[in-house]
Design a protein around this ligand. Sequence first.
Ligand SMILES: [Zn+2]
Length: 190
Amino acid sequence: MKKPRALTVWVILAALSAPPAAWALAKPVRLLAPVLNGMTCDGAVCVEEPARLAEAAALYEDALLKIAARGTPLQQRPRMAFCSTDACYRAFGGGAERAITYPWLGSLIASTSWAPHFARHELIHALQAQELGAIGMLRKPAWFREGMAYAWSEPPPEDMPVQFAPLRAQFEAWLDGTGQRRLWHEARRL
Ligand SMILES: [Zn+2]
């Protein structure tokens, strides 16, 4: 769920300048074509274990609906890759976090993170990129970026990290004052 800014930019530059090298060196770039890394995909949803494709698709579709219900639907279907093993997660550049979204590339879900709130959290970051631009979104304060993702994904208490609770509270207070209708307009000014 952390957004490695420098890494992301480097990944994109590497992908543009030297695709074969980028493929070997920049693991998140593999999200551009997960099937080349052993995944099975149906549209935007990819899985390591083909038998779990329907389960992953259900998590994805539910997350899209829940986000749209907040007022701003995703206009595209960002890629989301669901791993069943740690090796898979690491192969796509994942680290110690539970899930991660790389702007322009897609989201990666760890084997222990197959739950509705993780899918929602990562698609909320995709929504932020849609509304603010990938660079613009990365430049917003953490209380907005992560606060919103935690507030709107509604994790159960055991998956609400204590260090993010103040950011979530700050976003919720800001949204109370701003109002849903002006949310993105005001967010662009942050
Ligand atoms: Zn996050």
